[in-house]
Write a protein that binds this ligand. Structure first.
Ligand code: PLP
Length: 397
């Protein structure tokens, strides 16, 4: 047997496996491989039995590491890490919705989540009833023994309303339904829905969790019995996150507490500033006494400075002035994302709720003057100065 192969062959094989102990790097490496080699079929079966790595879509070390981190922070037994927040939401909901399932959902959610219910699940006979989740009686009236899933966001996008997770979990469980909660706007730093009765928690890790606006990723966390089915669906639907995004989100999450605490604190201060501004028609943040769920938010999150890094404001419905306001901002930029370290603004009518008919979106308060603000970790005085200057546009006739 030759111990040297042709140059063209050697180039494919030299350095394929790393010599030396690689078990304790200070930072985990990125496993950019679609598969792991095995010596023979016995070794392959052993990997199956140990849930070891064979093929990337089924298992990857970076995805597994991030899953472990998510299970810890959300206090669940297991997690799956998905290619986006939407991948996490659709995988969880498809896995949990049986044929002709009935969903009771909050009427103010991220627009594309509503589209999963209306444009995908409906085709398969799944019916969704929308109600105002800030009113537990409305939820109680809508949920019955036929309900399969109750779905809400902890703090909703973009109306910043707060859902009473404990009450809603009780209503769902009284009727044998599962409660799925999207915790993207709050993160586990602010609130852990599983500790308060939710059965599954979904997160867009693209947002506050990663916090650097450079990776798209999502997760579902819950007890093993449910996660088993969700994992099975994930493999078949192919909604797994890639190794680089998984690694980047894991890195971003190392500083999640520091960032999110500061973002939440800045958001409360900025909300107070907008609340007092003569040019802002209304500011919405749970820290404000004027917010309809202020008391509930205090009881859920502990303090007004620990609610969410998101807030929304209504500006006068003059589109030219709104555009001028946006152009005047120097530090704050428009971005169709949220949760990053820099403060960004978005116009829900032109982005997350662009496809929703005008009458429907106006019914839930999404009007032309609504701006959603994702607050970053800047010095608060600089943020206030930037918004003060931009708001002066409304002073000019
Ligand atoms: C509350 C909420 N959930 C889910 C998503 C979807 O996340 P992704 O863009 O990572 O798919 C978003 C996106 O903005 C969101 O705001």
């Amino acid at each position: 047997m030759k111990d040297q192969w042709d140059f063209d062959t050697e180039v494919l094989n030299r350095g394929a496996y790393i010599n030396g102990d690689t078990s304790t790097p200070e930072t985990a490496p990125i496993y950019m491989t679609t598969a792991f080699n095995v010596e023979d079929l016995d070794a392959l079966y052993e990997r199956y039995a140990n849930k070891d790595f064979c093929y990337n879509r089924n298992r990857n070390p970076n995805r597994r590491a991030l899953g472990e981190l998510m299970s810890y922070v959300e206090n669940g037994e297991e997690s799956v890490v998905c290619s986006s927040g939407m991948a996490a939401i659709s995988t969880a909901v498809l896995a949990m919705a049986n044929q002709n399932a009935k969903i009771v959902s909050s009427d103010t959610l991220y627009g594309e989540t509503l589209e999963v219910f209306d444009d995908i699940l409906k085709i398969y006979g799944v019916e969704t009833t929308y109600v105002d989740f800030t009113n537990p009686d409305a939820v109680r009236n809508a949920v019955n023994d036929e309900t399969t899933i109750v779905y809400t966001e902890t703090v909703s996008n973009p109306m910043i309303s707060v859902a009473d997770i404990e009450k809603i979990a009780k209503i769902a469980h009284d009727h044998g339904a599962l409660l799925i909660v999207d915790n993207t706007f709050v993160t586990a730093v602010g609130y852990r829905p599983l500790d308060h009765g939710a059965d599954l928690v979904v997160n867009s890790l693209t947002k506050f969790a990663n916090g650097h606006s450079d990776a798209v990723c999502g997760s579902v966390t819950g007890r093993s019995e449910l996660m088993k089915k969700i994992y099975h669906f994930q493999i078949l639907l192919g909604t797994t996150a890639d190794p680089v995004s998984s690694w980047m989100v894991q890195r971003g999450m190392r500083t999640m507490s520091l960032r999110v605490e500061r973002q939440m604190e800045n958001a409360a201060k900025l909300a107070e500033f907008f609340h007092k501004s003569p040019y802002v028609r209304k500011a919405m943040h749970p820290s404000l006494e004027s917010h309809p769920q202020h008391e509930l938010a205090l009881s859920m999150f502990g303090s007004g400075e620990r609610c969410t890094g998101m807030l929304s404001i209504y500006l006068p419905e003059d589109m030219d002035k709104l555009q001028e306001f946006m152009r005047r901002l120097k530090l704050v930029h428009y971005a169709m994302t949220l949760g990053g370290f820099r403060t960004t603004i978005a116009h829900p009518v032109s982005s997350s709720h662009y496809d929703m008919p005008k009458e429907e979106r106006e019914k839930i308060g999404i009007t032309d003057g609504l701006l959603r603000i994702s607050v970053g970790i800047e010095n608060i005085n600089d943020l206030v100065a930037d918004f003060t200057h931009a708001l002066e546009v409304y002073e000019e006739q």
